[in-house]
Design a protein around this ligand. Structure first.
Ligand code: FAD
Length: 547
């Protein structure tokens, strides 16, 4: 490991090199380094190959390109010029596109309909846009020790793609109601993860235009990076160094949209590496397809074993989301997650007003107009319930199968119940009274919600307890994580344990979901590790005097 003082010097060095080495940086969407994979050569060579142009992979690739050649392979297309992605009013429409070209690949676990990104920008191109930094504990779990670099990395992101939202009447009332029921203090507008109620950032700007992680490519060195779209990675290629026994990752095989296969190889330098940033489902899937995984899965699919690693695909978690649609006698503005209550008991209260797309079809509101009402949601932290990921075949286009075991652990269920109690208390507040029917009881509201088609779980039409409500109406906040966890599949530097030249960096490495919502922490992680890796490369390949 680098010493702290050395690492700060190296970070400064990387920044200087970044400034000096560049020709002209490019602004989105006119990236000359972004191409369809069909245009790529059949064989090419790079210092780094990043698999997955998503939330973590993009800041990583953009950073590495400052002083190395980088190939970024993304299985989806570009978010730019696609109004269903860029316009906030269209949030969620892509969930209903289940075609193979959809930017959102559906998967269903335990009756809960879920989504996986398939587009440059990854989750940031299809998500609800709420931006909030992770807690101190996340930095510890993620082995991020350089506080200056953590702060700089967050600011690097916030400068170009995070905005202060404008709150409408319903959100403002909800905010005040959360404070009234004791989710205190009122922390104003903040990115920080602190107990109390706050307004967080958004990656949607004041015009309702989404800014995705693809915007971070404006930091990339246009001469150092090559971004390929519709490039589906089939597997990582391994060899063994002469006289050695440890497998070394040295290339990848990927398919373009014409069905042609390409190979990209590392140039062979001491610091050259492949980094898998394909997300919590994609990264364990690619490792297993490449021969790193549990023996029974490799044998079951006739995959040549590179490394038997029983922990790949283990400890998969998804933070359950439970919501209550609260009908209102007056109109509610359309909003998605900008206010959050961070409770002491580990339940995060969030919101989505006057919008129905994500949760149900218009005609399913049991006679209530979704524009006259809104969802108050809760997500529990952790969670401690876990499941497992397995591949079902050798096709990288298909979803692996995954279990999360929602609410298997009683502690998770208790957090959900407490969160629901907080939401029910909100309904009773003075601050929220304009947005509730005075004569509608909590039980009536719960029973109304039991009839909404949240998911595919078969359950009763009325709620006899909050525990039952939690289980019956469980949904996803889309914050699933695990499968290549730090300390188990990857070491403290995110290097895959047992092989050389390979790291994993994304939500699959998380022990817990950071903060109220993870995208801020994941982008920060990409930038942070990019700076660290480049600092290590420069120390080896260049002396300070040369720079
Ligand atoms: P991703 O960002 O998903 O990136 C993985 C990339 O790898 C994808 O682009 C994928 O196409 C690519 N890939 C996968 N397999 C291959 C392959 N074989 N070959 C090539 N490329 C491949 N978080 C928040 O903080 N705030 C929110 O408001 C919020 N709302 C959300 C709403 C939705 C609908 C979703 C889906 C997520 C939401 N999240 C939110 C969660 C957050 O977006 C994700 O946790 C985060 O984006 C995950 O980042 P990642 O880098 O792990 O993976």
């Amino acid at each position: 490991m680098l010493s702290r003082s050395w690492s700060i010097t190296a970070v400064a060095l990387v920044t200087i090199v970044f400034l000096l080495d560049f020709g002209v940086a490019e602004l989105p969407p006119n990236y000359t380094f972004m191409h369809e994979a069909t245009e790529a050569p059949r064989v090419s060579f790079y210092d780094y190959i990043v698999i997955g142009g998503g939330t973590t992979g993009i800041p990583l690739a953009a950073t590495l390109s400052a002083n190395a050649s980088v190939l970024l392979l993304e299985r989806g297309g570009s978010p730019y010029g696609n109004p269903s992605i860029t316009n906030v009013a269209n949030f969620g429409t892509y969930f209903f596109d289940t075609s193979s070209s959809s930017p959102s690949q559906q998967f269903i676990t335990e009756g809960v309909v879920n989504a996986r990104s398939r587009i440059l920008g990854g989750g940031t191109s299809i998500n609800a846009g709420f931006y909030s930094r992770g807690e101190e504990q996340f930095n510890i779990e993620a082995r991020l020790t350089d506080e200056t670099l953590i702060e700089d990395s967050y600011q690097w992101i916030e400068k170009v793609m995070v905005f202060e939202p404008f709150l409408g009447g319903w959100q403002t009332a909800l905010r005040a109601a959360l404070v009234e029921v004791g989710v205190t203090p009122d922390n104003g507008y903040s990115y920080d993860h602190v107990i109390g109620t706050k307004t967080g950032g958004s990656i949607f700007d004041a015009n309702g235009t989404r800014h995705t992680a693809a915007d971070l490519l404006q930091y990339a060195n246009p001469e150092g990076v090559s971004v390929l779209l519709h490039a589906v990675v089939h597997k990582i290629l391994f060899k063994t160094k002469a006289g050695g026994t440890t497998p070394l990752a040295y290339g990848v095989a990927f398919e373009d949209s014409f069905g042609n296969m390409h190979k990209a190889f590392l140039k062979g330098g001491e610091n050259d590496e492949i980094i898998v940033s394909a997300g919590a489902l994609g990264s364990p899937q690619i490792l297993i397809l490449s021969g790193i995984g549990p023996k029974e899965q490799l044998d079951g699919q006739n995959i040549k074993s590179v490394l038997q690693q029983p922990l790949v695909g283990k400890n998969m978690s998804d933070n359950p989301r439970n919501g209550i649609f609260i009908p209102s006698p007056i109109a509610v503005e359309q909003s998605i997650v900008q206010v959050v209550g961070i409770t002491e008991f580990g339940s995060y209260i969030e919101e989505s007003g006057g919008i129905n797309l994500v949760f149900a079809n218009i005609e399913d509101y049991q006679g209530y107009d979704y524009q006259l009402g809104g969802f108050v949601l809760e997500k529990i932290n952790g969670p401690i319930s876990t499941g497992e990921l397995k591949i079902e075949n050798r096709n990288p286009f298909d979803n692996p199968s995954v279990t999360f075991n929602y609410f298997k652990e009683p502690e998770d269920l208790q957090k959900c119940v407490k969160g629901l109690e907080t939401i029910l208390a909100v309904i009773e507040t003075e601050a929220f009274s304009n947005y509730t029917y005075a004569n509608m009881t909590a039980q009536e509201i719960l029973d109304l919600n039991m009839k909404l088609p949240y998911n595919q779980i078969v359950h009763a039409n009325t709620s006899s307890s909050l525990e039952e409500y939690c289980k019956a109406t469980v949904g996803t906040m889309w914050h699933y994580h695990g499968g290549c966890q730090i300390g188990q599949v990857v070491d403290d530097e995110y290097k895959v344990i047992g092989v050389d030249g390979l790291r994993v960096l994304d939500a699959s490495t998380l022990l817990n979901c950071p903060g109220t919502n993870p995208q801020a922490s994941l982008m920060m992680l990409g930038r942070y590790m990019g700076v660290k890796m480049l600092a290590q490369r420069l120390a080896v390949t260049k002396s300070y005097a040369d720079i």
